[in-house]
Design a protein around this ligand. Structure first.
Ligand code: DAH
Length: 358
């Protein structure tokens, strides 16, 4: 048995001095593998006298465990060291200035999402997302749009074959399904925005089959129409960078909100020039309303206890308005001239402190 102890000491020493994971694995196989030395000794226990067998068995088990744990410890040390070396080798200096020859730029959609995210996050919203392929339930029914509802026709939906359980599927026609997904899994208060891709079968100078929306949702016990108005007025003024921008709320209808309102901002078209701000004209930019009690209760939220508001707007549309981009189609053409002209400097991230508008 002294021999076994010596053998263990040698094994542990070789484990400590192993310098590669392969070497360590070889040691493990030689000692503990199916045909390993320790395994062999364990097998030979059967030939011992029963009284000796017990003692020898305990000792061998202890040795086996010590060797196995020495291997584990060494392995972790080696993996840590390897990671450390790799991190050191792959180090980048993030403070280096941008290369002068680099001419990539930030797409106006990304820029606009960054801008509106900065504004809403400052108001306490967080960002949520959801799948592009949705079930008919999340895209329509849960939003109080039952199968025969005319709102379904208006949405030019791309229908997909049902999934393996027979559930009808669509490419989401708006970001509103993420409201439902969030309400189902979160106990209020909820305060989210959902920027993301949406899809409708429509294509002309102002419509694209793939476009972007941002959805907003606030649910708690006290938020009312006054909060909806304050939130959206503040957003419009911050986003367009016009402190006294007139914002008008017009009664409207959406199946998932009651009451509902569309929001217009002031603009002028005087003298053939289009400008956002005080003027004689209005431009619709978003839809909003108080979340319908039926939508709340469908998500397991008690409408007698909770209430709140929602809104949705097209990101391309507000980007085109803010940056004077006349046509929607080149957004997705990857035309380098267009990207250079309308793109933004990569490291110039919009923040409330640093500025949303430049
Ligand atoms: N889902 C609507 C659409 O795609 C936009 C919208 C309107 C979203 C009103 C809302 C809302 O959350 O309250 O046209």
């Amino acid at each position: 048995m002294k021999e076994w102890e010596d053998q263990k000491t040698k094994l542990v020493a070789s484990i400590h001095s192993a310098s590669t994971l392969d070497e360590l694995e070889d040691i493990r196989i030689t000692a503990l593998g199916k045909k390993g030395t320790i395994t062999g000794l364990m097998k030979s226990l059967g030939s011992l006298d029963p009284d000796k067998r017990k003692e020898a068995g305990q000792l061998l088990n202890a040795i086996k465990e010590q060797v196995a744990s020495a291997i584990d410890v060494r392995k972790v040390t080696m993996e840590d060291a390897a990671l450390e070396t790799q991190l050191h080798r792959d180090r980048v200096d993030v403070t280096l200035p941008i290369r002068p020859e680099s001419n990539g730029s930030i797409h106006p959609i990304t820029q606009t999402i960054d801008e509106l995210t900065a504004i809403f996050c400052e108001m306490g919203f967080s960002v949520a997302d959801g799948p592009h392929i949705e079930s008919d339930y999340y895209n329509f029914s849960a939003l109080n749009i039952p199968p025969e509802h005319p709102a379904r026709q208006e949405q030019d939906t791309f229908y997909l074959p049902p999934d393996e359980t027979g559930t009808p599927r669509v490419l989401r026609t708006h970001t509103s399904p993420v409201q439902i997904r969030t309400m189902e899994k979160t106990t209020p208060p909820i305060k989210i925005i959902v920027p993301g891709r949406t899809f409708r079968s429509d294509h002309d100078a102002t419509h694209s089959p793939m476009f972007h929306q941002v959805e907003g949702l606030v649910i708690d016990k006290t938020s009312h129409m006054g909060h909806l108005k304050g939130c959206l007025i503040d957003f419009c003024r911050a986003f367009f960078g016009v402190d006294d921008l007139p914002v008008r709320f017009r009664p409207s209808y959406f199946p998932f909100t009651e009451p509902s309102a569309e929001v217009d901002i002031g603009c002028t078209r005087a003298g053939g020039e289009f400008r956002i701000g005080k003027g004689d004209d209005w431009l619709e930019i978003l839809g909003s309303g108080m979340v319908h009690p039926r939508v709340l209760s469908g998500c397991g939220i008690n409408p007698d206890e909770y209430q709140g508001f929602a809104f949705g707007m097209g990101i391309e549309r507000i980007a085109m308005l803010k940056y004077g981009i006349p046509d929607l189609r080149p957004f997705y053409d990857t035309d380098i001239r267009w990207l250079k002209h309308y793109g933004f400097v990569p490291l110039d991230l919009p923040t409330i402190a640093g500025g949303i508008n430049r």
